[in-house]
Design a protein around this ligand. Sequence first.
Ligand code: HEC
Ligand code: HEC
Length: 329
Amino acid sequence: MKLSSRLCVALTVTNLCLMSFLRAEDLQRQDALKRFEVLEAISPEKLSQPKVLLGQSLFWDQRVSGDGKTACVSCHLPEDWGADRRPFSLDARGKNTSRNSQTVFNAVLQPTLRWTGDRKSAAHQAERSLTGSMGFTAAEDVVPVLKKFGYAEAFRQAFPEVSEPVTPANYAAALEAYEETLITPAAFDRYLSGDDKALDATEKRGLSLFISTGCADCHNGKLLGGDSIEKFGVAKDYWLATKSDKHDVGRFEVTKDEADRYKFRVSMLRNISKTGPYFHDGSVTTLEEAVRVMADVQLGTELTTDDTAAIGSFLNSLTGEVPSNYRQP
Ligand code: HEC
Ligand code: HEC
């Protein structure tokens, strides 16, 4: 064979190899796009809308609470990516919350809120927290407090169409508008959008395992969860693996329907490596242990240490930035 044709054969083989390699990358992405969606960043102009700014002030204002010392941020801390590293948080009545505080980042994108999916929107959640975590006897009691601390003008600007804007419903609407800006795209979204280098080899292996093991059957969509309500403990009782003291009945508490016993909302997994401890009762400290527990109680499988770590690495690629407006205005 002449040198030029030998060169040609070599080049063709290299090209074929390269093409099949590229195709494997593309196939993995296509497979991922069947289950997950890109989380888009919000437009920066949104941050300065009057309703959003009002929500931001309210979120951080401890004076607007039953004890004058509790704000939303007391249990949704910036250093904990909008969640709380304590298994339970202290409310405005000095009592512990009954479940672990979830992150507020990306939370508004879920069709129902809280561990049992018993709130239909962020506004619904915020209005109900007035008489819950925030410690007011009645929701209306927030109105004189808001007026006392000079919020009337900000409410007028945020809700120009109404004559009496300072109401619990508008307090809730402003908080919801603020929470709509707390969206955190991450490396995984760059990967889904076509950037192969956004994930390293271990993270890609973790992604494959996350799908092949069955995690993505429940944790899917834009937030890798949040969309559905499932039994915690499909293969065996969850407390056998989490060592929880209390056997929380989950959604049964809300519906009294036997079919809902031990059902919880499938957690979204955005920023999950930053929002421990894990599960509704914060019973598990590390993410790798949470992954192991999930495989065990939801899928009846035992993961190797290597595979658990790879899934953990993949989950790290879901960590975004703490939003620039997640601070006291
Ligand atoms: C005393 C601590 C505490 C305070 C104060 C508090 N929260 Fe929470 N928050 C929690 C806990 C605990 C949960 C989970 C409750 C559950 O599901 O049973 C939660 C859940 C949420 C959720 C649902 C997240 C999801 O993924 O479903 C949102 C949104 C939220 N809080 C926003 C707020 C806002 C807005 C305020 C202020 C008005 C606030 N929180 C005040 C502790 C607190
Ligand atoms: C049958 C549905 C289902 C499957 C399959 C499943 N999960 Fe979950 N996952 C849930 C539910 C429901 C919860 C909430 C449990 C609770 O109440 O604490 C959860 C919670 C989690 C949490 C803790 C979230 C938090 O905020 O504390 C992690 C991490 C997690 N899952 C990862 C995984 C991984 C990794 C796999 C695969 C090995 C997996 N899950 C498989 C339904 C599922």
